[in-house]
Every structure is written in C-alpha cells, then in structure tokens.
Design a protein around this ligand. Structure first.
Ligand SMILES: *[C@@H]1O[C@H](CO)[C@@H](O)[C@H](O)[C@H]1NC(C)=O
Ligand SMILES: *[C@@H]1O[C@H](CO)[C@@H](O)[C@H](O)[C@H]1NC(C)=O
Length: 356
C-alpha cells in the first residue's frame, strides 16, 4: 500500500466505526471557496418567495443566512469521514445530514419561537397504559407502507405542531381501523381546543381529549387549514365527523420498549426538543443531537410512524409538519434505544395515541 495514502485503514466493524467517526481525521482541507453568499441568498430568497419590509431587515436576514450556510458547511465536514472499509476502497460515511432549507434566514431561537408550539402549561402526565411485553411486534414498522399516513403538511408560522401531531396519529388509527385514509382537520383543533392556545401553542393531550369528548373530527377538506386563530365552527365540531375517536392513551414515560409496542399498533405522538440549529436544518440520516434529553426542555410535537435500523443503527421514523422541504421528505429518523431513558431529544418523555 502506498505510504502517501490519505486514508486511514480501519479493521473495525461498521458500528464502532460510526461511533468513532467524529474522532477520525476528516477529509483533507480544501481551498476556501470564493464568497458567493450574496448570490446564494438571492437564489434562496427567490425559491422560497422571501421578501423583507426594509433594506435593514434584508441585510440582517442575509447575515443570518450566511452564518447558517457556514455552520451547515462546517457540520458536514465534521460528520463525513472518508475511510477504507475491507476491500471496498474509500467510502464516505455520513451519519447525519444537514442542509439549507426554507428556514435559512432564521436563528435557532427565532425558529423555535415561530415553528414549534408545545406549551407545557398545565400539563400533568397522564396515567400510563402498559402494553404487555408479549404483544406482537415486528422488527421494522413503517405505517406509510400500509397507506396509514397522509402527505406531509406545513404548519406555517403558527405554533400548531400539537394539532398536526394529534391529527397524524388519528389519521393513522382511522386508516388501520376502517381501511380509509382521510386527511383530517388541524384547524378544528386550533380553533376549538380551549385547553390549547391556537397558534399560540398547545398540547396533544387536550386536543385528543377534545376530539374524544366530541366523538370524532372533521376532514381537512371540510375544515381547511388557514394557519391563523379562527372562530370555532361548532356545527362541524359536533356533527361533521370523518373519523371517530373514543379516547386516548398515554404510553408509559421514558420507556422506549413500551413506545415500540405502541408504534407497532399505530402512529404515536411524541414531544421533542427541536431547539437546535442542527434540528432546524436536518436533512437526513439518523439524528442523535445535539438536542436536550431533559423532558422539561421539549418544545415540539411530532408523530412516530415507524421504526427500523440501517447499517445496524436503530431509529424511530417520525412525521413532522414543516413541509416535505425539511428533513427526509418531511420525516426525521431519531436514534432509538439510546443509553438514557428519556430517548433522543426526550422523545420518550410523553407519548400519546388515540383510541376508537
Ligand atoms: C418488558 O420488557 C422490558 C424491555 O425488555 C423489560 O425492561 C421489562 O422488565 C419487561 N416487563 C415485564 C413485565 O416483563
Ligand atoms: C401557554 O398556555 C397557557 C394556558 O393555555 C396560556 O395562558 C399561556 O399564555 C401559554 N403560553 C404561551 C407562551 O403562549
């Protein structure tokens, strides 16, 4: 072997290699590219139809865009590692990917303030329902392949993640039970759930409790999403039901094996900490953080629609409500069965699912 080879030869198994990926020397440094960030920003602003009220604001947003672009570039260099595996030659292994998306002109704290929406005020953990360990559970689940998941939606600048997470779980249950996949109304929850604050943030348990008390929920087409607080259409809430719901259950907290049993039955809502820029710009692979595993830090609700493993690494598959421009076509894979009980980004801290 030529001594000039720039690659480290490792006779380690893939799993430990991935764990050590951040410790291994990354690609050799390249010449810094010419600064074309103005052009990139203009292209990006056109793509997402961004306009700003003033020149000052535009300059401020350009600065943030540039910082985000640089952060993304630096993170990529850190997380891709070129290695020689067995006799297969150099391979680039990327554990998690980040990339520019529609949220490019926002700092992580601004982003969390505008696009999440879990408000924990008044939240008391519900009595958990234990699922027996011997319950049937396949090694991989993807409710999309059973047609139990609607297309990825976009909550817009409304703190309604809780409504989207609840609806995705109800849509899944309804399809599994009736064989029909019907897109259901987040707006009804935004307008009518008095336990939540509409576009000011809310909770999955109050939303599911409302739907259970009324016996069902209206379809998306009958009660479409506006992304603003509106007046509750009581007739639709009471009488126009396109999926029926009888109640909801809480998965025992901080127990990924119970969560797995629940997800094997149907899609399940979870709360996560989505406040880091790596989560904001996640674009694929298995996300392991940074994010907080502290249940007190969760700020966003998503719906787990499956689990599996790739390259020997286990993950949860979750549907988000940030359009299919974010993540893996709108989804995120979160590391599963981690060393701490609350799970990646505290996802195991308070999962719920509806019943019929
Ligand atoms: C069920 O399985 C989990 C994980 O394997 C284990 O920790 C738990 O003790 C089991 N519970 C019972 C009641 O056997
Ligand atoms: C959280 O919800 C409570 C109760 O609905 C509400 O009074 C409060 O204003 C909300 N907090 C925020 C930050 O919106």
């Amino acid at each position: 072997m030529a001594s000039s080879t720039p690659y480290l030869v490792l006779l380690l198994c893939l799993a430990s290699l991935l764990q050590q990926a951040s410790l291994i020397a990354a690609n050799p440094p390249h010449e810094p590219p010419p600064d074309d960030s103005r052009e990139k920003f203009a292209k990006w602003a056109t793509k997402y139809a961004k306009t700003y009220p003033s020149h000052e604001e535009e300059e401020k947003r350009f600065g943030i865009f540039k910082d985000n672009t640089n952060q993304i570039g630096a993170f990529r260099a850190q997380t891709s590692t070129t290695v020689v595996v067995g006799g297969f030659g150099p391979q680039t292994i990327t554990t998690v990917r980040v990339g520019m998306n529609r949220f490019g002109d926002l700092q992580a704290d601004e982003f969390a303030q505008q696009f999440t929406g879990f408000n924990s005020t008044g939240f008391i953990p519900a009595e958990p329902s234990i699922i027996p360990n011997h319950t049937w559970k396949p090694c991989c689940v993807d409710w999309r392949s059973s047609g139990a998941v609607t297309g990825v939606k976009f909550q817009g600048s409304c703190l309604s993640c809780w409504a989207f997470a609840s609806v995705a779980a109800i849509e899944g249950m309804n399809k599994i039970r009736t064989g029909e996949l019907v897109s259901l109304s987040e707006q009804e929850l935004v307008d009518c759930d008095s336990g939540s604050s509409g576009c000011g943030g809310g909770r999955v348990d109050t939303a599911l409790a409302l739907v259970a008390a009324r016996g069902g929920i209206t379809s998306e087409s009958d009660y479409p999403y506006s992304g603003f607080n509106g007046k509750c259409d009581v007739d639709k809430l009471l009488f126009d039901h396109d999926a029926s719901v009888k109640g909801f259950k809480a998965v025992p907290i901080n127990d990924e094996s119970q969560l797995e049993l629940a997800v094997a039955q149907q899609p399940v809502t979870v709360y996560v900490d989505a406040s880091t820029w790596q989560f904001q710009f996640y674009s694929g692979g298995i996300f392991r953080g940074p994010c907080s595993g502290d249940p007190a830090k969760v700020n966003h609700a998503i719906t787990i629609v499956g689990y599996c493993e790739e390259f020997g690494e286990k993950f949860w598959l979750a549907k988000n409500s940030w359009s299919n421009d974010w993540g893996e076509q709108g989804y995120i894979k979160l590391a599963k069965d981690v060393a701490w009980p609350t799970g990646t980004c505290a996802l195991a801290s308070s999962p719920f699912y509806p019943t019929a």
